[in-house]
Design a protein around this ligand. Structure first.
Ligand SMILES: [Ca+2]
Ligand SMILES: [Ca+2]
Length: 371
């Protein structure tokens, strides 16, 4: 169990959600929450409010300043309500939360997750494979009410959006595979959930004056994530399957020279539950967001790591990977590979490359496939 300043709380309250029956099951199957907040006073407000929200599961509250939990520590929770700007290494923390999601966890993020700069969460969690929103870099202080609401959507049940107002928010766009649940009256997104119902974004400042209504929205998002994704599959596509990839098979360092004009070999590693020949090569993309480069050719099936499972070796043009040319030499960059299988499953895998310092840059000698 976690050893930092967590407050173990058991909230038992009147169930007001239409999900009563599901909630009843929580006495046997627990859906504990990890709540990340910035200050003790916010923690106290949540403690006061949650019991009347019908949440009757265990809640641990982590106040900023405590060490951030490891992936293993996160795994005891079903849902992380990430309402704080805590981490001093947003990319590493976002990668860790993405690992948590890969293992079945769910995350709720408020507006500042998409602040540019200044987001407390980065890394893979903000890639389109996980995040329902994309940052625009713009913000608004306009006082607006709620506009369109997708009333049939489970997250909108209980009319919780109607009373919201916003005074400070990031302006975001909805990623293509995500579902928009509500918009502000000026048309900018308010709430959305990603395709797998694993990450919810709510464009409201949890520390602002609208905090109380925000807490209601977050509780609805919690219900959605904890119960609907399995109970109501029509709202959620099966989660993307985590697979293993090996950039530059044979190298553990994966040195990448951005000046090179060649191609980067990447092996998609087969496993007992994953036959690489089911991958549709036209669907495969590789880059920091997992949306950038398409493979040069269909790829070659061979067992590159000798584990008895066929692997798929693909080649991607360096210049198409979308790595920011201003990234300093020596930096590590995570490359995300996404794709679809012939039976409609999405897959994702990642590996890290080390950018070569410019002084050491030399012409690429990327190993090319035949042709
Ligand atoms: Ca490698
Ligand atoms: Ca293999």
């Amino acid at each position: 169990m976690m050893r930092h300043a967590l407050t173990g709380l058991l909230f038992c309250g009147l169930i007001v959600s239409p999900l009563q029956m599901r909630a009843g099951a929580a006495t046997e199957v627990r859906y504990p929450i990890l709540l990340l907040v910035e200050t003790q006073s916010e923690a106290d407000r949540w403690k006061d409010d949650l019991p009347s929200s019908g949440v009757n599961v265990e809640v641990d509250i982590l106040v900023c300043g405590s060490p951030m939990p490891s992936v293993e520590e996160l795994r005891v929770y079903a849902v992380v309500l990430h309402l704080a700007r805590c981490s001093d290494d947003p990319d590493a923390w976002g990668d860790r939360l993405a690992d948590f999601v890969d293992g079945g966890g769910k995350v709720v993020l408020p507006t500042f997750a998409w602040s540019v700069p200044g987001s407390p969460v980065g890394g893979r969690l903000l890639s389109p494979s996980y995040s329902p929103f994309a940052a625009t870099g713009a913000t608004s202080d306009a006082e607006v009410g709620v506009g369109e609401v997708f009333e049939e959507h489970p997250m909108a049940w209980g009319d919780t959006f109607r009373l919201l107002t916003s005074t400070s928010r990031d302006l975001v766009t909805v990623n293509p595979s995500a579902t928009l649940v509500a918009s502000w009256e000026d048309g900018w997104p308010l709430a959305a959930v990603n395709a797998g119902c694993t990450v919810v974004g709510v464009i409201v400042d949890p520390t602002g004056p609208e905090g109380r209504m925000f807490r209601t929205v977050v509780v609805n998002a919690y219900w959605m994530l904890a119960y609907f994704s399995s109970a109501y599959p029509e709202w959620c596509v099966p989660p993307s399957m985590a697979i293993s990839i090996d950039v530059m098979p044979g190298s553990d360092i994966n040195p990448l020279n951005l000046n090179g004009n060649g191609v980067v070999p990447v092996a998609v590693l087969g496993a007992p539950a994953f036959d690489v020949t089911t991958l549709l090569s036209s669907s495969i993309r590789l880059g920091p967001l997992g949306t950038e480069a398409a493979p040069e050719r269909a790829g070659q099936v061979e067992d590159v790591n000798g584990d008895g499972h066929a692997d798929l070796v693909l080649h991607f043009r360096r210049a198409s990977l979308g790595i920011d040319p201003a990234t300093p030499g020596g930096a590590s960059v995570v490359l995300l590979l996404t794709g679809e299988t012939a039976d409609g499953r999405t897959v994702n895998g990642h590996d890290t490359v080390s950018l070569r310092p410019a002084a050491q840059a030399s012409p690429a000698k990327g190993k090319r496939g035949p042709g």
